[in-house]
Ligand binder design. Structure first.
Ligand code: HEC
Length: 265
């Protein structure tokens, strides 16, 4: 019986252990660890709001439908229509960008990729680091660059929230705040932020503080992670239910076994 219980708990640990230990990716780049909570509906809702307001103009999430997102994230349909559906008025529609691909290619040199599955391709830590790594760079066509994605064609669309960062340089591995969700420190002048192993000076503050911006990017990363696998919210619930059922069943089976063997000895 004891062995059985040990085996059972070992199984529980493997099932329940967070999936944050996922491969880092990004060719050896230093990534910050994103601390998302996929059960936090408010966080996912905020991520969805950021996504439709700041990303959907260029990128599609063409394998998702508005009403599915609303249902999964407990967003009332009226609220969805009013605040999130700018490209269409049909709630069953796919989340498609209104930007024609040819125009996009002309403006950016490359069409913005569909983001439905980006969290599977790039992994959450990569996205979290990427979204915080934009900085001003006059030598690039858009005026922006990214510490994780060199010469990226995407402009810093969130600069009004984050503010404008200027690159200071790389930091030593010991100083890199990989794993630190809010690496903002103040050295008396402009705030310094460290993203991965790159140091920035926040020249013009945005609407959000560095810490608030990190939280917002955690929400956005969580939403993109949800988009890449919408069933994960239900799957985890079913998993917990199944394990609870097995615990009860194990208790009952044990009692039944005791009952059967009582008269044998
Ligand atoms: C003004 C148009 C525009 C907006 C708005 C925009 N992007 Fe982009 N994005 C691009 C372009 C263009 C690329 C391609 C960059 C390249 O390959 O150099 C890109 C690339 C990306 C990539 C990298 C994809 C990959 O795997 O190579 C991610 C992730 C991404 N965008 C996320 C976002 C998110 C999240 C938002 C909303 C906060 C957003 N983008 C808003 C234009 C945009």
């Amino acid at each position: 019986m004891r062995k059985l219980i040990t085996a059972f708990f070992a199984m529980m640990v493997t099932v329940v252990a967070p999936s944050s230990a996922m491969a880092a990716g990004g060719h050896g780049a230093v990534l910050d660890e994103v601390h998302m909570n996929m059960n936090d509906k408010a966080s996912l809702q905020n991520g969805a709001k950021l996504f439709v307001n700041y990303c959907l103009s260029c990128h599609s999430a063409a394998y998702s439908r508005y009403n599915r997102v609303a249902e999964d994230l407990d967003i009332p349909l009226a609220l969805l229509k009013e605040n999130m559906m700018f490209a269409t008025d049909k709630e069953g529609d796919l989340m498609k960008s209104t930007m024609p691909e040819d125009d996009a290619r002309e403006w950016f040199g490359i069409a913005p990729p569909d983001l439905t599955l980006v969290a599977r391709v790039r992994k959450p830590n990569w996205l979290y680091t990427y979204l915080r790594g934009f900085y001003q760079d006059e030598s690039s066509p858009s005026g922006w660059n990214n510490s994780l994605f060199e010469n990226v064609a995407m402009p810093h669309v969130l600069y009004e929230l984050q503010g404008v960062q200027r690159l200071v340089g790389k930091v030593e591995a010991a100083e890199a705040h990989a794993g630190d969700a809010h690496a903002a420190v103040t050295d008396g002048t402009n705030p310094i932020t460290i993203v991965g192993d790159v140091k920035f000076e926040l020249e013009h503050p945005g609407k959000l503080s560095p810490h608030e911006f990190d939280v917002a990017m955690t929400d956005l990363t969580a939403f993109l992670t949800y988009l890449a696998e919408p069933a994960q919210l239900q799957r985890k619930k079913i998993g917990v239910f199944t394990l609870a059922f097995l615990v009860i069943l194990m208790g009952l089976s044990y009692l039944l076994k005791k009952e059967y063997w009582r008269d044998v000895h």
